[in-house]
Ligand binder design. Structure first.
Ligand code: ATP
Length: 319
């Protein structure tokens, strides 16, 4: 596993982490009535001011973790602290705010009325400043129902800013947005995060993590499988794909080699994700009858698929 750098002890004493999850476990009962761990022993520390992408495939446990982080549910085992306090305390005090995927907006109110109404719950908040910060100044009079998905998410972002939070948690905030809306939303958040806010966001999009986060935490089946800066994760996961026309028994044997992380059959060619493309290439040329051999760099998306075990079997893929 890739791990984040440790920090000096003196800093720990004076400044509690924004987030600290210790051996957190959350169990549910599945459709067959069996108990399973949706979150299976997560340890995670997020320092103040970090922007962390929380990445994982469907069902990895992202939302379950975020729900515990926000005090919406409690872990079955382990502990969750935000700024050294219970999550509910931190949320109640306005130190922590969240932008969740859906809900929370009244369709017939205007953007401005929504921000002012919620603002009245936070003494000292500045609705006008928040509207500007969230890029909604030009949309004040628009009714929520008339706002696009991206604009509604910007409105949720504005509402989250009202309490002046130190930690902002976003759960797949751009789900369902087109590329332009996603870019605009992140431009707005990035500008705001530049003021020193700690941000943790769950996403499916590796590209969002790549462009926006300082650090990437990947989870799969309720466990952390990679944790480091974007460049650390990128270099640790970087590798190459060697593909060739080759017979199935040979491909299956090669897939067992320690050089091979995963193997898939696509378009009549076997694609080997490898830690050492030179050694695999030698092996293919010297010991097999492989033809039309190609070596290509692996994308971050492929690396993500690999690390989350989604392409570990030799199988017929898309043609
Ligand atoms: N209340 C619940 N009861 C039973 N199972 C649940 C419950 N909530 C979540 N799960 C299951 O726990 C696992 C983790 O779900 P979770 O929503 O945390 O994943 P996720 O990483 O957020 O996925 P997605 O990206 O699809 O939103 C999944 O298998 C899900 O079906």
């Amino acid at each position: 596993m890739i791990t984040a750098r440790s920090r000096p002890v003196s800093e720990e004493v004076t400044s509690p982490d924004a987030v600290r999850l210790s051996s957190v476990v959350k169990r549910f009962t599945d459709a067959k009535g069996e108990r399973f761990s949706a979150v299976d022993g997560i340890d995670l520390r997020i320092r103040r001011g970090e922007i962390v992408a929380f990445l994982g495939p469907n069902g990895a446990g992202k939302t379950t973790t975020i729900d515990m982080l926000l005090g919406l549910t409690r872990p079955d085992e382990g502990s969750v602290e935000l700024f050294g306090r219970e999550p509910q305390q931190a949320v109640r005090s306005g130190q922590v705010a969240a932008v969740l995927q859906t809900g929370g907006l009244l369709p017939d109110l205007t953007v401005e009325a929504t921000v002012r109404m919620l603002g009245s719950l936070h003494p000292g908040s500045d609705a006008d400043a928040v509207l500007v910060r969230a890029g909604l100044d030009g949309l004040r009079g628009r009714r929520v129902v008339e706002c696009s998905g991206g604009e509604q998410q910007r409105l949720r972002f504005a509402l989250a800013l009202l309490s002046g939070p130190e930690l902002l948690v976003l759960d797949e905030p751009t789900a369902g947005m087109d590329v332009v809306a996603r870019r605009d939303f992140w431009a707005t958040v990035r500008e705001d995060a530049g003021r020193g806010m700690t941000v943790m966001f769950a996403t499916h999009y590796m590209e969002e993590a790549d462009r926006f986060a300082d650090r990437v935490v990947m989870i799969d089946r309720g466990r952390v499988v990679a944790d480091g800066s974007v460049s650390e994760v990128r270099s640790a996961l970087s590798g190459r794909t060697v593909s060739a026309r080759i017979d199935e028994p040979t491909a299956t044997a090669l897939a067992q080699s320690p050089l091979v992380r995963s193997c898939a059959l696509r378009g009549g060619r076997y694609h080997f994700d490898t830690t050492d493309s030179d050694a695999l290439l030698r092996l293919l040329v010297e010991r097999t009858s492989a033809a039309e051999i190609e070596v290509t760099p692996r994308s971050l998306e492929e690396a993500f698929m690999t690390i989350t075990h989604q392409s570990r079997t030799v199988e017929e893929g898309t043609r």
